[in-house]
Design a protein around this ligand. Structure first.
Ligand code: NAP
Ligand code: ZN
Length: 347
């Protein structure tokens, strides 16, 4: 077993605090990773606060992990000690169902294993994530990080990156499409970068006028203030695709109004009932609403390789582990530019 230093939440109302535990000994297909950096996803905060139910304390969050391979099991073929690797939101799945065979382990029919707070089918108990100095992960869930990327800024690609890449690809966003990204936080800023790199005309749809200049630097062509009803009306029926990253329940109808005939809005943020969705707005122009969960391992590697080729990383504020609780408060106030990343050497 490997002793691990970490930060954990002991209950839904406690701050994160130092915590120690052990990782399993390496099985033949396991990799031991020394964690260098871990991003802070808004999902970490939802789970710590038990917003979605099912939190198993102590919770060690973190699923945007970058590290170096320290040791490999006897059957590992794709990685060796010293390699720079990443681990995202998944550490296991059945690898035998339709979804797994199709490369969509996140939709595993037998239940995927999340990187933290998920029943751990290998070691028992619940998985513990990347706010820690070491992790043991099955080779098939470990990603290769392109050499040219800044490792601190690459960490958020493992969740914010893939969660926005996957729907942009699945709904076939292409050159010239008019795409709106709703919410400029961790996910939103990656979505703007990707949609721009795919050649779309990108509109940042935000509640925060002061983020406009940043949105343009990230690749947005236009800014639309969602709390300005006149501006929203002017953009009625004009978008080919919308990606909605709002992290809480909200009224979806003003956004549905923005879609063209046959166009789709994909929810990735709010994981809860949405108020009064008006089906008339969908029926009237054959519009679609859909959802999307992170991404599979194959598409995560494709996204990372694309980022390597196009030099795309996140805009990050690197913090010490001891500042994690302050960072959580800022994320909840939508005051993050645009992802916090924890430097694990401070643990
Ligand atoms: P984040 O960094 O906090 O960004 C969310 C942004 O949404 C904020 O910066 C803000 O942008 C906007 N916003 C916040 N509250 C709002 C409100 N009440 N009404 C309208 N807009 C609001 O969060 P994140 O890390 O990007 O995550 C976003 C959500 O996606 C979270 O709920 C997270 O759990 C979820 N998530 C889902 C998946 C998945 O697989 N589907 C994966 C990862 C994360 P503006 O200031 O620009 O308005
Ligand atoms: Zn996440």
């Amino acid at each position: 077993m490997y002793p691990v230093k970490a930060y954990a939440a002991a209950s839904s109302s406690s701050d994160l605090a130092p915590y120690s535990f052990e990782r399993r000994d390496l099985l033949a297909d396991d990799i031991l990773i020394d964690i260098l950096y871990c991003g802070i996803c808004h999902s970490d905060i939802h789970v710590v606060h038990n917003d979605w139910g099912g939190a198993q304390y102590p919770v060690v969050p973190g699923h945007e992990i970058i590290g170096k391979v320290k040791a490999v099991g006897s059957g590992v073929t794709k990685f060796q000690p010293g390699d720079t690797v990443g681990v995202g939101c998944l550490v296991d799945s059945c690898q035998d169902c339709d979804s797994c065979h199709s490369g969509y382990e996140q939709y595993c029919s037998n239940g995927n294993t999340g990187t933290y707070n998920a029943p751990d089918k290998i070691s028992g108990g619940y998985t513990k994530g990347g706010y820690s100095d070491k992790i043991v992960v099955k080779e098939s869930f470990v990603l290769r990080i392109p050499d040219n990327l800044d490792l601190r800024a690459a960490a958020p690609l493992l969740c914010a990156g893939i969660t926005t890449w996957s729907p942009l690809k699945h709904w076939n966003v292409k050159r010239g499409d008019k795409v709106g990204i709703i919410g400029l936080g961790g996910l939103g800023h990656m979505a703007v970068k990707f949609a721009h790199a795919m050649g779309a005309e990108v509109t940042m749809i935000t509640t925060s006028p002061e983020k406009g200049a940043d949105a343009r630097k990230l690749g947005a062509d236009k800014i639309l203030l969602s709390n300005d009803p006149v501006a929203m009306k002017q953009h009625s029926h004009s978008f080919d695709f919308l990606l909605n990253t709002i992290p809480v329940g909200h009224d979806p109808n003003p956004y549905i109004m923005l879609l063209k005939r046959d166009a789709t809005m994909v929810f990735v943020g709010a994981l809860e009932p949405l108020r009064d969705l008006n089906s008339r707005l969908l029926i009237g122009k054959r519009k679609n609403v859909a959802g999307s969960l992170i991404g599979g391992i194959r598409e995560t590697q494709e996204m990372l390789d694309f980022c390597g080729q196009h030099n795309i990383v996140s805009d990050v504020e690197v913090i010490a582990m001891q500042d994690v609780n302050k960072a959580y408060e800022r994320v909840m106030k939508a005051d993050v530019k645009y992802r916090f990343v924890i430097d694990m050497s401070t643990l």
